[in-house]
Write a protein that binds this ligand. Sequence first.
Ligand code: 5AD
Ligand code: SF4
Length: 336
Amino acid sequence: MQPSIIRDALLAPDADPLFAEARALRDRVFGREVFQRGVVEFSNHCRKNCHYCGLRAANTELQRFRLDAEAILDAARTAVELGMGTVVLQSGEEETADIRSIGDLIGRIKRLGDISVTLSLGDHSEDAYRYWRDCGADRYLLKMETFNPELHARLRPGQNVAERLARVETLCRLGYETGSGIITGLPDMTPEILAEDLRLLSGLPLDMIAVGPFIPHPQTPLKDAAAGRIDEALRATALLRLMNPTANIPATSALDALDAHGREKGLNAGANVIMPSVTPEPVRAGYNIYPGKNAAPEPVRQIVGRLQQRLRDAGYEPSSSRGASPAKNARQAGNT
Ligand code: 5AD
Ligand code: SF4
């Protein structure tokens, strides 16, 4: 898709035809089954200082936590019992990530059942990525956030597009089902920048692509910036579906922070995955990337059960399949 066509679709007066087309394509490829990924947010320690994120190192008001191995395993077990076919291990970028113990955890989680394990642990060495893959990790999620070099460097101090992209390519080369994504509505992100981000994302050999709207966090430098618009995030979701028919595309949690039915709207714009947090009380509220994230003071089973009911009410069926991306299979078939 040409950047100008993407831009026009982002700005068109009526987005309903776009949503309908994306939904119909999702129905043809995935039906109404929604893959479920249970996210275990096991540590909110982070060495980085991304301007948009509440976990940034400079946020001294945040109470930091790290779950021990048994607590992580309990949360993973809860995810499996709740019907998730994938467990995602996610954390801030820890200063002293223990490569070996994360590897041990991957093996123990894989033995819980017929499930996939996704890692979302940020930037690490190629050796670490290879080791975790050899321990059984199936997927890795590393978001570009934006491909715009100037915006990326400004909002992600000390980081740049080229290095991040090289890491995403390393993950693909190592054989991970690789996911990436962007934040829509970042301050100074024009429709042209967003259109270019969507085009570049769609040019990568990704199995999973995520877009979520920016939500300002009070303990960050962007506290006074305007939030992203949900409509724009939904249009971006629909455009990604049209450009990536077989990719796994989540209805991101950030949509729910802007609208009580945000995730249903994401599915109705062509998404086919949900990624509920299964991080246990009382620490889950401490994984406060943006306001509203993990805010409900309730047990995990209740929160997830309600979300699953919401999906059924909206005409979808929560699936317990591992939900591997047909994109990878299609690529492999093309290579032989
Ligand atoms: N609003 C929306 N998404 C955010 N993320 C981080 N901060 C925010 C925010 N303020 C997303 C980024 C990151 C993931 C941990 O959460 O995409 O990769
Ligand atoms: Fe750390 Fe990720 Fe937040 Fe950046 S976005 S501050 S790397 S947790």
